[in-house]
Design a protein around this ligand. Sequence first.
Ligand code: HEM
Ligand code: HEM
Ligand code: SF4
Ligand code: SF4
Length: 299
Amino acid sequence: THWKHGGIVGVFGYGGGIVGRYSDMPDRFPGVAHFHTVRLNQPSSKFYSTEKLRAICDLWEKYGSGMTNMHGSTGDMVLLGTTTEHLEPLFYELTHDLKQDLGGSGSNLRTPSCCLGKARCEWSCYDTQAICHSLTMHYQDEIHRPAFPYKFKFKFSGCPNDCVASIARSALSVIGTWRDDIQINQAGVQGYIKGEYKSNGGAHADRDWGAFDIDKEVLALCPTQCMRMKGDELEINDAECTRCMHCINVMPRALKPGKDQGATLLVGAKAPILDGAQFATMIVPFIKVDQSDDFQVDH
Ligand code: HEM
Ligand code: HEM
Ligand code: SF4
Ligand code: SF4
């Protein structure tokens, strides 16, 4: 079939969360005359219980096509294909029985998303889940009622590995970092050199790449060339380090982010059709992330 774009469709009181789609040939394809997309706000880091997932799938079998996209590039859980008549009953059961809400779409604040953060990852320099949840609650009006000329996105990564690709995918990108020195465990460094530990946590162990070579695999690949071996000691000139995470990723038992942790703020990533993807620009190199006043304290 040929699809018709757009058309305002939604639930009472909300201006976002549902993306209207119609077939241009409803007579020939009555089954997909309407095929609206419903976005559900995912929990921080996408932790669900199987019970909740089953309930959402059952609800979508009842009111929609049963097809899902887990998860959309927006971060949301995306339910593909329903009709206008089904939207209000779906929304009622979703919010009242499942205690789940719609996400963002159109020119509103899109559903904020975050990496696993401190829940699973030792590198997280701030609590990504807490800030994602807190800002989602704080900006409920902006998420559900489009008031902007264009969409706006927050994304939160706990460290510069940027697992949610916030630097490419969000209007305001919050990336964990540290402003003191990388923590070095010299015995750990020796463990890698002697082959006692697998580099990259064993991620490349499926093939024999030969013995680990710290010069080739770490020092030479440091983008600012700020590392060197002085005898058996690894030295890092932290003033030159750009926090790229390479050395930490290769030798996680030897190196860790510093202890004075916070975040870097960047703005303006976008993907215009003609120019291609553009990364965000750094505006605040370091800010402490303080949970005590719902993340609103200015440092
Ligand atoms: C062989 C078939 C298909 C392929 C290979 C495909 C591939 C993809 C890919 C790679 C994405 C981006 C995923 C992400 O990052 O979230 C995507 C998104 C999407 N697809 Fe498909 N797709 C297929 C069929 C369909 C069909 C049949 C529909 C609807 C009837 C559909 C609707 C969508 C929508 C609405 C999104 C955007 C979801 C969001 O908001 O992020 N796709 N698809
Ligand atoms: C010539 C064909 C199409 C073009 C050039 C096109 C282009 C686009 C663009 C530029 C966006 C906004 C992306 C962004 O900035 O996030 C978008 C969003 C989207 N498109 Fe299309 N599209 C086409 C066809 C379709 C069709 C046929 C469907 C479904 C049947 C579809 C479903 C969607 C959905 C679900 C979104 C997300 C809307 C939202 O985020 O609010 N598109 N499309
Ligand atoms: S972005 Fe960093 S902190 Fe978050 S999951 Fe990835 S590696 Fe861990
Ligand atoms: S984090 Fe990157 S820039 Fe910093 S010392 Fe390690 S490899 Fe070099």
